[in-house]
Design a protein around this ligand. Structure first.
Ligand code: 13P
Ligand code: SF4
Length: 329
């Protein structure tokens, strides 16, 4: 396989509002009809493909989606995101049906922290206080003291009793960022997101040459040298308010490319450059992109794939999630 060099790298992808949103397709119309018939709600992460974002009831970050899942009256939750997000919705709604259009939509970061390894660590270190980033399995949540998302991690860590030694799982980059901003030393689980660590200092500096006035906005899952050159480091939800409130017209966005759809829809007068990596023009999470309109339609028709969690795990995982929702109010 040929290795790409700087001279043959594709230009970063630029996203602007389209003049007219494309009309709904027959499949999208059918999804909306079935959703009503089933009393279902479609919750959608910011990284999903545009046609799913277009028909969702709510599009947001992990924190916003957890709150929406906690408050919905719908009988069925169709979660367009990845497995751990759908599990969080199920833990908060054990009596409801939670569907994930593609059951293989996992997360490499979540996989980097198997529950058995965390259980062994806890056994050897019984005093440790486990703060778990929401990107982890239900079994890991069940072994944790409190959950956080990228949107509230600082707030959550600040509320952990000062005499506790913290283990932060599974994202070392987010953990390192939080430790730096809170001044709280923490043990960090050695996990990372395969997609966010692809942004490099070099790839972003190259992009800045073409867009010298564009602020760089990075997700905290990016590596430290990338976070250090960013003008703002924040969750995907905060990216929307940052770009809206900032006077700049163009922004370089360092996260999964699906985020550009949300940004261009909500801030139609600005331009967003999807941060390039050393190998590609922008960055897609292969797990998030497994969900498609045909799979979403199929899952509503068949009422599957269903998210199932053993009762004891579901029960134990609920407390640290509820603690997070309470602490981040
Ligand atoms: P947010 O918490 O910003 O939604 O990010 C979730 C995620 O999976 C980032 O890769
Ligand atoms: Fe997981 Fe990374 Fe994909 Fe987010 S972008 S779902 S952390 S693999």
């Amino acid at each position: 396989m040929a290795i790409a060099t700087a001279s043959v790298l594709p230009s970063p992808r630029i996203f602007r509002k389209q003049d007219e949103l494309s009309p709904l397709s027959p499949q999208q119309e059918e999804i909306l009809r079935l959703k009503k018939e089933r009393n279902a709600v479609i919750l959608c992460h910011n990284y999903q493909v545009e046609p799913i974002q277009q028909i969702a009831d709510f599009v947001g970050d992990s924190l916003g989606l957890a709150y929406k899942a906690a408050e919905t009256d719908a009988e069925v939750i169709v979660f367009c995101g990845v497995h751990f997000m759908a599990e969080t919705a199920k833990i908060l709604n054990p009596g409801k049906t939670v569907l994930l259009p593609d059951i293989e939509a996992g997360c490499s970061l979540s996989d980097s922290c198997p529950a058995e390894k965390l259980a062994a660590f806890r056994e050897a270190n019984p005093e440790v206080y486990v703060v778990a980033y929401v990107n982890c399995s239900a079994s890991v949540k069940a072994l944790s003291d409190v959950i956080c998302t990228s949107g509230n991690a600082i707030r959550i860590v600040e509320q952990v009793p000062a005499d506790k030694e913290i283990l932060f799982v599974p994202d070392q980059n987010l953990g390192q960022w939080v430790a730096k901003l809170t001044g709280r030393s923490m043990k960090l689980w050695p996990g990372s997101c395969y997609a966010h660590v692809l942004f490099s200092k070099q790839s972003i500096e190259r992009c800045r040459i073409e867009h010298p006035d564009a602020p760089v906005v990075a997700h905290p899952e990016c590596i430290e040298t990338v976070r250090d050159l960013a003008d703002e480091v924040c969750s995907t939800e905060k990216m929307v308010s940052f770009c809206r409130d900032n006077s700049a017209e163009t922004f370089i966005i360092l996260t999964e490319a699906g985020m550009m759809h949300r940004l261009t829809r909500e801030i139609p007068d600005k331009t967003f450059v999807a941060g390039p990596t050393d190998h590609c023009a922008c960055n897609d999470c292969r797990f998030m992109k497994l969900n498609t309109i045909p799979k979403l339609l199929d899952c509503l028709k068949k009422n599957e794939p269903v998210i199932e969690i053993p009762n004891d795990i579901c029960h134990k995982a609920r407390l640290p999630i509820e603690r997070m929702l309470e602490w981040s109010k």
